[in-house]
Design a protein around this ligand. Structure first.
Ligand code: ADP
Ligand code: MG
Length: 699
């Protein structure tokens, strides 16, 4: 259980000053906590910039375009002529070097007169601008007397907001959250603190929320470094604990000759690529050895991971055990099943599909067969993790698209059998530096070579204003029986809007192409989703309008056109994934990125990279360089366990240190039972690695 010392931090954020019943929802939204934000969420919502109010120039010396705080006398009020006039209320102020016009639009004149009585001396803070040669401050941030000035923080934090919230409200809540922070023992040993020049955890948070200088909130600054290190440390600790748990049971050797595998290979309509062959050999070596396999199979979209997984599963089945393959979505689980089942059949492998949507009777049947050992391979979704799923003897679990599975699922899976071997497949070619952070130290097999015969995908970018041309082009292509995906924009604020956009687009395309247009989105009921996918696969629909549900793994080899609307809203890795949905068959494929201009530098660079290469590893590295690691894994979009503070482009070097720190702590006490260890438990809970922390308590 979470130590009670941390309770104040996990109380509702609504208990903080400035958060009332009205804006609590806004905080939930800003902090991305629909279930209700907690104090810790506010505490960890760090400013991304500062407003520096230290500049106190004479008016003559004030630099236009900068934030200044000036001392001036109020000279004159220039109220608009009529009450209904839209003209601003202006106030002229001066010092001995010059004057400034304060400009208030739609202001309450009474308020202005009261705050700035003629003849009074005031401190005024805001952005100075030059307008037609006149110095102006439009809507000064602050109008203060000497007493109020004394209370003005010289440097103010600037937070990411949500509409309806103000900087001051968030700053006040953050300040309140800091006050709730209990005194915590240090979890980093003295030597590490010194060699990494780290400040204390509380000190770092205070420096961020009450910055004394703009450098204090710099990602590479000492406060962020401390917090990033803590986060990486908790992450590595969690990964090591999970790993220790998984390795606790010695692995089992699956003794097989590879006979089934050879028969499967013979039944394939193609021969394996060198990369596939090597991956299969690496996996077989693991499976046959006594050690427990924890292996990552990395391979770009279309590199052919499925058949590698099938061969691995066949090996385990030949050794008399069962295998399971898990996919993140129904659509994908079904597709894996549909692809593999015919092959499995030809060699006598008994395979079943299990998803959350099976009818009760069918499900009972599958469960019974699994428990009795009458099934060799189960393919499914999260449904496979559920408690009532019992395998007769599970030997290998294959998890597709791992980054959507968390530590909890990994553990649940590991508990499904005796020392289950684990093969994790990811379609995102994660740079080496990230493998450790996200997966811990797994062994890695990589498929860098694609199956032969693939044609390059013609990738183009086009402003969305030219959508009519695109539709005309699409019309011609459909006339030649092409099939196309049309991906609709990702709307950041809500899935509902995503769906509405997709529905509108489908409607518009239907008015042109009629029944040839299908639609699939995340809010659809499972069977409807599958039905829409199937119609597209069978060619009954020619254009599939979709939100990003097609991103993960879907394979329709006849589809040769990928249109991405508002491509500028997608991350590079995500665009690469989407593009990977075409170019799978023999036909020449194209990818059209429709963007809404003007493009920022990053968006431009992303589109350029995409045009320049199809090498997923290169794209992943470029993405890391452009945007930080979040995007590489689509973490932001997918809501996968990402990092709050650590950015591997900035703090990457800390990762190995955090790793060693975690190892050292566990070497001292594998149950974290020392003083330092107990402090580290707090860290795990602070960063909500509760699942890992619980491992220390359970057997
Ligand atoms: P991934 O899961 O890595 O994205 P898949 O396993 O879905 O890729 O494979 C993509 C496509 O390539 C499938 O249609 C598959 O049948 C085909 N394929 C796989 N391996 C080969 C190979 N060695 N030669 C030709 N085609 C292959
Ligand atoms: Mg796949």
């Amino acid at each position: 259980m979470r130590p009670s010392l941390l309770d104040p931090l996990f109380a509702p954020a609504a208990t903080l000053p400035g958060i009332g019943p009205k804006n609590a929802k806004l905080f939930d939204r800003m902090l991305d906590r629909p279930q209700g934000a907690r104090v810790v969420d506010v505490l960890f919502h760090l400013p991304y910039a500062t407003l520096d109010r230290r500049s106190r120039p004479k008016i003559r010396d004030a630099v236009p375009g900068t934030v200044v705080t000036i001392q001036a006398r109020v000279v004159e009020h220039r109220a608009p002529q009529t009450l209904r006039s839209r003209a601003p209320f202006k106030v002229l102020v001066e010092d001995d070097t010059g004057d400034v016009e304060l400009v208030f639009f739609l202001a309450n004149p009474e308020w202005v007169r009261a705050r700035l009585p003629v003849g009074a001396t005031r401190w005024i803070s805001g952005k100075l601008e030059l307008y037609d040669g006149v110095r102006q401050i439009v809507h000064p941030d602050r109008v203060m007397d000497a007493e109020e000035l004394a209370r003005l923080p010289a440097v103010e934090p600037v937070y990411a907001l949500t509409e309806g919230l103000y900087q001051r409200t968030v700053a006040r809540a953050a300040d309140g959250a800091l006050k709730r922070l209990p005194s915590l023992p240090e979890w980093i040993p003295e030597e590490a603190l010194e060699s990494l020049k780290l400040q204390g955890f509380a000190e770092a948070l205070a420096a961020m929320h009450r910055p004394g200088a703009p450098e204090d909130v710099d990602p590479a600054g000492s406060a962020m470094t401390r917090l990033a290190y803590d986060e990486l440390l908790s992450n590595q600790l969690a990964l090591l604990l999970v790993r220790a748990r998984m390795r606790k049971a010695l692995g089992r050797a699956h003794v097989a000759e590879g006979t089934l595998g050879r028969r499967l290979e013979a039944a394939l309509p193609f021969s394996l690529t060198g990369a596939q062959r090597q991956a299969v050999e690496e996996i077989r070596a693991d499976l046959r050895a006594e050690k427990r396999m924890i292996r990552l199979l990395q391979g770009d979209v279309g590199s052919g991971k499925t058949v590698v997984a099938l061969l691995a599963m066949a090996e385990v089945v030949e050794a008399g055990r069962q295998a399971a393959m898990m996919a993140p979505t129904e659509v994908l689980a079904r597709q894996h099943f549909d692809r593999m089942a015919p092959l499995a059949d030809t060699v006598g492998l008994r395979m079943a599909l299990m998803t959350g949507r099976d009818k009760a009777s069918k499900r009972r049947e599958t469960l019974a067969a699994l428990a009795a050992g009458k099934l060799d391979i189960a393919v499914g979704t999260h449904a496979l993790f559920q408690e009532n799923v019992v395998f007769a003897d599970l030997g290998l679990a294959v998890v597709d698209e791992q980054h959507r599975f968390g530590v909890r699922q990994r553990l649940a899976l590991a508990d499904k059998g005796k020392a289950v071997d684990l093969l994790v497949m990811t379609a995102t070619p994660i740079p080496r530096s990230l493998v450790l952070a996200y997966f811990g130290d797994m062994d890695v097999s990589a498929l860098r070579e694609k199956p032969p015969g693939r044609q390059p995908i013609d990738t183009r970018a086009m402003p969305i204003e030219r959508i009519d041309e695109v539709v005309a082009g699409l019309s011609r292509a459909l006339g030649q029986s092409a099939r196309a995906y049309w991906i609709c924009p990702l709307v950041e604020e809500s899935e509902t809007l995503d769906v509405a956009a997709a529905e509108d687009r489908a409607e518009a395309l239907r008015s042109i192409f009629g029944g040839a247009v299908g639609l699939v989105h995340g809010r659809m009921a499972g069977p409807d989703k599958d039905a829409a996918m199937e119609r597209f696969e069978r060619g009954e629909t020619k254009v599939l309008v979709a939100t990003t549900v097609v991103e993960v793994g879907v394979d329709v080899s006849e589809a040769t056109i990928m249109i991405v609307e508002h491509a500028e809203r997608f991350g590079l890795a995500q665009l690469h994934q989407l593009r990977g949905r075409v170019g799978r068959g023999a036909g020449r494929s194209s990818c059209l990125l429709l963007y809404k201009g003007p493009l920022g530098e990053t968006a431009k660079a992303r589109i350029e990279t995409l045009r320049a290469t199809e090498d997923g590893f290169r794209i992943a590295e470029e993405d890391l360089r452009l945007r930080g690691e979040g995007d590489v894994l689509g973490a932001r979009q997918a809501g996968a366990p990402g990092f709050r503070f650590a950015r591997l482009d900035v703090h990457g070097a800390l990762l190995a240190r955090a790793r060693r720190g975690a190892e050292a702590a566990l070497a001292l006490s594998d149950r974290l039972a020392t003083d330092e260890g107990r402090a580290l438990r707090l860290l795990l809970y602070l960063f909500e690695r509760d699942e890992a922390a619980k491992l220390l308590e359970a057997g």
